[in-house]
Design a protein around this ligand. Sequence first.
Ligand code: AMP
Length: 271
Amino acid sequence: MKIILNNSILRKTLGPFNDIGFVPTMGGIHEGHVSLINKSIKLNKKTVVSIFINPKQFNDITDFKSYPSNIKKDLKILKKIRKLDFIYIPKFKDIYEDIEQSQIKIKKKDKILCAKYRKGHFEGVLDVMSRLTALIKPKKIFMGKKDFQQFFLVKNFIEKKFNTKVIGCKTIRNKNKLALSSRNFLLNKQELKDVEKISKTFLNLKNKIKNCRNINSFLRKTKKDLEKFFNIKIEYLENRNTKKLAISNKYRGSKVFLSYYYKNIRLIDNF
Ligand code: AMP
């Protein structure tokens, strides 16, 4: 496994390879990331993992400043993955001063879910993904469906612009069904227990909506009840189809999308 710290070494190192799998991350490595990496190793000759906390995708400066970062711990986990080839840890200038990228705007119809509440977030995500793809030239990019809207927008954007496939991977959860997330590192033991309880309640909604006539009106009411019961702020709790992310009252072909604040920590999930 080789650690690459700048673009000239990256270009030299990756130059000879044309079957690269790429897993972009912001660090805070956990088993969710590891599952993407293992999938890439299975499907590609070489695998690159990047660790870059992209400031341009944070709409909130305190969120950026408190984002969990521990490169030593990350490397310890990544070094245990035997067949992982490269870890790319760029600096800001490697991404933003070395590569051309025209300004990205997302369409009005896409300003839903996280895009509605995090202004500029996905513009920042698409920008950095475009720059990273131009640099690494991967055959495949592996992304988690935990961040389904991100996966959806990146897939549509990148596959149009590059000769690269974006593969969605299943959400990895802990034994209490909480979706793994770097932001979980910000929680203490008791807080983690609280969030697991909240998460379980949300997952149970999937059974409750099965025979619902109007799923979204049921979710609107449930949203208010759960906010009161758990003392949380829910940004959205919506049933949408997975093809276009349009609001849907059908159970099949849809997912419930959820974003909430527990204290001041923002968590998202879909199920
Ligand atoms: P992040 O470091 O949070 O930007 O995540 C990097 C990649 O890992 C993204 O494609 C995420 O969707 C994915 N990811 C994060 N959490 C999970 C999880 N629990 N299961 C599967 N993939 C995940």
